[in-house]
Design a protein around this ligand. Structure first.
Ligand code: ATP
Length: 546
């Protein structure tokens, strides 16, 4: 099997396939697209719906302890004050004044360049000072020969990526050449603590010396400042401060704000969960990596409420396991999944623990699903802000208390991208005549595949074949999304389905009409062909698509 050569290459091919086959493309493309927004075409919309349906079925319908909710996208602005989003839902932002590019400070990395046994040729130190690579004072000290080994000679920067370390080292090499500095570069390694830092860790004196990734020159980056990521809008005819509202940046607050209503009407008993799927909006500073970080995306979140004395750590662990097992059930490979426990010192003050399920995307290992133990912070905040108690009565102790919560929160688009990346393969295969050709295949699990079965009459000008094929197609279509294709040779039709990720093709051939009514069942991954009758085909689909 061969896949694309480099991670960037692979991503480009996946993006190209998504466009070519109508999975995903930029929003408002005829106007040049709109950064951070995407549209899902016919295959993408089906794939996305399958992810939502699998999650909803497994998380809500097939459990006795979880109920669903659909809250509004625009909620009372006080919700976002109480939740802390108005004051604190921000990312540190750095501007490049020269290129007008904007960066998330925690995604812009820099390193000091050190040289062992340094030798500066004539005017090199002056040049470094003039080009703002080192400060005047430091330049003066160097000119006076006040330096040890290794010697700091400047800074390099790069944006977060799989190759960050390699890129910083390449830039250090170029830097040394450009300024004609002699000596041995000290390798830059992110394993050595403090050597590679992000812009939130830069001290004020360093900021002017760090080159902008856009221009390669220092002096244009601003110090990091907070940027609130909520999209604002105005509700009603007035567009003044009194009408400001927000598009929700997460679906979770709907579950907290409606908690009491669900308890009073939903016949639920602790422990229980409220789940919701819906759009969220974040004005991300640097939307990137295709649909991985976009400004409009979809979340599937569940708040699992537990007794204040319950063993939260055990429950947290159980949800981590559940989420991981669920990802396997929709076909993501275990080899691509890992866990990341947030260090205690980086947790919000109310948080007891957060573990992210990470996925190995072509552009690096990144967060897919966050599972947080949030204590009773959210309900407590809404009780304070609204003046309405958010308590539950404990029959055993005859006391009221505010339940604690475990929150698994995942993005539909990130799961979809994970399925695309893990499923994508390019292979050399032999056609019917034995010639080697390339096939591109998306190995979606049957649960996720946008098209479950393609029904193909072997030839289109034989009414008996077409008639059987059409009947089978109509019958299958009542239950699943199936596709009918009668154009082109059969090999080409198989390839088209491979690219769409269709797990099975059913070919209606002469044996079907002349012998026993069975069809050829062609399996996507093995490309093996067997014969199957209608009842067995339905049984296979019922078993695999649940
Ligand atoms: P990140 O650190 O990647 O910005 P986060 O920790 O802010 O994510 P949460 O607020 O925990 O994310 O949101 C829960 C889930 O929603 C994430 O695990 C992710 O799957 C999804 N998500 C968050 N932001 C985005 C986005 N901009 N685009 C797509 N999905 C997102």
């Amino acid at each position: 099997m061969s896949t694309a050569d480099s991670p960037t290459d692979l991503m480009e091919r996946i993006v190209a396939l998504c466009k070519r086959r109508g999975f995903i493309f930029p929003s408002s493309e005829i106007y040049g697209g709109f950064n951070g927004f995407f549209d899902y075409g016919p295959l993408g919309a089906e794939l996305k719906k399958n992810i939502r349906d699998c999650w909803w079925n497994d998380m809500v319908r097939r459990r006795d302890d979880i109920v669903g909710l659909e809250s509004s996208i625009i909620m009372h602005p006080k919700v976002w004050e109480a939740s802390g989003h108005v004051a604190g839902f921000s990312d540190p932002l750095v501007d490049c004044k020269e290129s007008k590019q904007r960066y998330r400070a925690d995604q812009l990395f820099f390193a000091q360049v050190f040289v062992e046994n340094v030798e500066f040729g004539p005017d090199v130190i002056d040049d470094l000072v003039a080009k703002k690579r080192i400060s005047k004072e430091y330049g003066a000290a160097l000119s006076d020969g006040k330096y040890g080994s290794p010697t700091l000679v400047g800074f390099v920067s790069a944006l977060e990526s799989e190759r960050i370390e390699a890129e910083l080292n390449e830039k250090a090499e170029e830097f040394k050449k450009k300024f004609r500095i002699r000596g041995q570069l000290k390798p830059i390694s992110s394993n050595i603590s403090g050597l590679v830092r992000d812009m939130t860790e830069a001290v004020p004196d360093e900021i002017d010396l760090i080159p902008s990734p856009a221009t390669g020159e220092p002096g244009s980056l601003t110090p990091p400042r907070s940027f609130n990521m909520m999209f604002q809008t105005n509700v009603g005819a007035m567009t003044d401060a009194s009408s400001v509202a927000y598009l929700r940046p997460e679906t979770a607050q709907g579950m907290f704000v409606d908690f009491k209503t669900v308890v009073d009407t939903g016949r639920v008993k602790l422990p229980f969960g409220i789940a919701q799927i819906g759009k969220s909006f974040r004005n991300e500073i640097t939307p990137r990596n295709f649909i991985f970080r976009s400004r409009e995306f979809e979340q599937m979140e569940m708040e699992y409420f537990i007794h204040e004395d319950a063993d939260w750590a055990k429950c947290h662990q159980e949800w981590i396991e559940w989420c991981r097992t669920w990802l396997l059930s929709i076909g993501l490979p275990d080899s691509h999944l890992s866990l990341y426990a947030h260090p205690k010192e980086k947790l919000a003050f109310y948080s007891k623990g957060t573990v992210d399920i990470m996925f190995k995307y072509p552009f690096g290992v990144q967060e897919l699903w966050g599972i947080a133990a949030r204590g009773n912070y959210d309900l407590g905040q809404h009780a304070k802000a609204s003046g309405k108690p958010q308590e539950i009565f404990d029959e055993a102790t005859k006391k009221k208390f505010v339940p604690h919560v475990i929150e698994p929160a995942v993005g539909v688009d990130r799961i979809l991208l994970a399925a695309l990346c893990a499923g994508y393969a390019e292979e050399d295969v032999k056609d019917e005549k034995g010639n080697v050709e390339k096939r591109t295949v998306l190995r979606f699990s049957p649960r996720l595949a946008p098209i479950k079965v393609a029904v193909l009459p072997l030839i289109k000008n034989k009414p008996e074949l077409v008639d059987v094929a059409e009947k089978l197609y109509r019958k299958l279509k009542r239950k699943w999304n199936v596709f009918y294709d009668e154009s082109g040779n059969i090999g080409k039709r198989y390839r088209r389905q491979d690219e769409a990720g269709t797990p099975w093709c059913v070919t209606i051939d002469f044996e079907t009409i002349e012998k026993d009514g069975t069809f050829t069942l062609r399996e996507r991954d093995s490309m093996q062909q067997t014969r199957i009758d209608e009842a067995a085909l339905f049984a296979l689909l019922e078993e695999k698509i649940y």
